[in-house]
Design a protein around this ligand. Sequence first.
Ligand code: CIR
Length: 262
Amino acid sequence: MAWPDPGKMIFTKAIVRTPCRNIINGLTTTNLGPPDYEKVINQHQQYIKALEKCDLEVLVLDADEDYPDSTFVEDTALLTPYCAVIANPGAFSRKGEIIKIERVLRDYFTNIERINEPGSLDAGDILKVENHYYIGLSERTNKEGTDQLVNILMSYGSTCSTLSLEKALHLKSGVAFLGNDNLVATGEFVSKSEFQDFVILRIDADEECAANCVLVNDNVLIPMGFPNTKKSIESAGYQVIEVDVSEFRKLDGGLSCLSLRF
Ligand code: CIR
């Protein structure tokens, strides 16, 4: 079957989930302490405004107290121009998040695919570069999950490659594609052979959190408080919108994790 050329991704919609009060019990590898719920809600609202500024219609799902990490919706599904792939989160406490997300995605996608046990996959481990998908093998995404995803994506005419993560939680914790061959990268990703054909905008260790930025139509959303990253992305010709996600960072979350864009 011939599938349409993905071309430059123009997003029109985003799905976010209101953080639940139970977010204070979310998974974390940091020692930054629990997030402050009021600040969390405030930052989430600013995040929604930033997406709207990028001309996205934002669907805001209700908070789900059963799942402390459920505001990090990006991990639950991979949305492509051809299908939605429902992930199978690698962390046990997050597995059930996919049930409600699938119900929502059914309104927007005809083709729904799934990663099944024993495969596990967090969609934060997938970096889309036009019609090619880089898939990170991480603590959350295993070989079986990766193999299933490769089969699914290839059946829609896409290409894939996999790479192993050494330290980062998710692939997109440390790398972002900004179009025009530009890749923002930090830490272990700067020297990965898979990325050497890109123009790498290198983010130094003191601003490593800022590598989790997102191109949304004509803007790049970056986390607030990282002046060198801001300068470097602006110098590459992008319009930047800063969003404060410091409370989410306490749970290893960043900008991309907070929405599904399509
Ligand atoms: C977790 O550990 O699953 C959440 N606390 C953070 C998820 C962040 N998601 C992402 O980087 N794609």
